[in-house]
Design a protein. Structure first.
Length: 311
């Protein structure tokens, strides 16, 4: 198509989308879309005279097809051929996600920060956050928890190293994303007695990647002070995370907290599953067992939409 402003408007009217809207619709961030284009030719958009990318409805469908293959465990470098052949891959017994988890695990065991950074950065450039969370980080956390339970010596060192790295990595990403956005943030608060909750930061990372500003409080805060925080910060919603069972006092205070905060409230993590029967009937409280389900619920509630992220 002609690269003129008029043609651009005509393309938009016909359903073509700029890269930012494609990212919001598919969950694949612009950095990854550009990498798929440059390195693999997976989805090659049209350009305007100013170089802006435009994606047709067919290309958006192709992005969804790419995600389907990646979810099946196919390496990104093999997807283009599989889509062209329109047939399922032959089983090879080779799981690229397992290989990547093992690579990250070895770097964590050795406290090798630079190789760990480089391996994760490569993956982050090729895969959207939701897929990285589902196929890499959440399974890696499960593997690490099992390893640390079984390890007689060195578990605390590995735990501190990995948690420090993860907080720094996701916190830096969140800080960068927040600087590009305005409007009411999502407020995320640790509700456990643990000094660090990886799942809390995964929630914040997914929210930030979806285009919504996020603010994290790493330590548990009493309910009365949470109400004060909501008054001061004026968030669009409050997300409480805990991988542990909530104390009796915390559970009893939740109905009053929901009423006092007057914003949507989500309880996320294993605590949501542990207390599902008791807390599921509280009006205004949503439960999600993990960060991926939390992001899905926030989307359903339309709390991640861009109009609410801008002034």
């Amino acid at each position: 198509m002609s690269e003129t402003p008029l043609d651009y408007q005509a393309a938009i009217a016909q359903g073509w989308l700029p890269i930012r809207e494609v990212a919001q619709r598919t969950g694949v961030n612009p950095v990854t879309l550009r990498a798929w284009e440059r390195r693999y030719g997976l989805v090659v958009p049209q350009r305007t005279c100013k170089g802006h990318r435009l994606y047709s409805p067919e290309q958006i469908a192709r992005i969804q097809a790419v995600l389907t293959w990646l979810n099946r465990g196919v390496a990104v470098g093999q997807v283009r051929e599989l889509i062209a052949l329109e047939r399922p891959p032959q089983p090879t017994g080779d799981d690229p996600w397992q290989r990547l988890r093992e690579e990250l695990l070895q770097h964590i065991v050795r406290q090798a920060q630079r190789p760990l950074d480089e391996a994760f950065n490569r993956a982050q450039a090729l895969y959207p956050p939701g897929l990285l969370c589902a196929r890499l980080l959440l399974p890696l956390l499960d593997d690490l928890q099992q390893r640390w339970r079984d390890l007689a010596f060195g578990a605390q060192l590995e735990r501190v190293f990995f948690h420090s790295w993860l907080r720094s990595k996701l916190g830096t990403r969140l800080h960068h994303d927040n600087r590009q956005r305005a409007g009411a943030p999502l407020l995320l608060v640790n509700q456990s007695e643990l000094p660090f909750e990886p799942g809390l930061w995964l929630c914040a990372w997914l929210v930030g990647s979806a285009g919504c500003p996020a603010q994290v409080l790493d330590w548990s805060v009493p309910s009365s002070e949470l109400v004060q925080a909501v008054d001061h910060i004026a968030p669009r919603a409050l997300l409480l995370y805990s991988s542990q069972a909530l104390a009796t006092a915390q559970r009893h205070q939740l109905p009053r907290l929901v009423e006092a905060c007057a914003v949507p409230l989500l309880l996320v993590g294993p605590a949501a599953s542990i207390h599902a029967e008791e807390l599921g009937a509280i009006p205004g409280l949503d439960l999600a067992a993990d960060p991926l389900l939390a992001e899905r619920r926030l989307r359903e509630l339309r709390l991640l939409e861009e109009p609410q992220c801008t002034s």
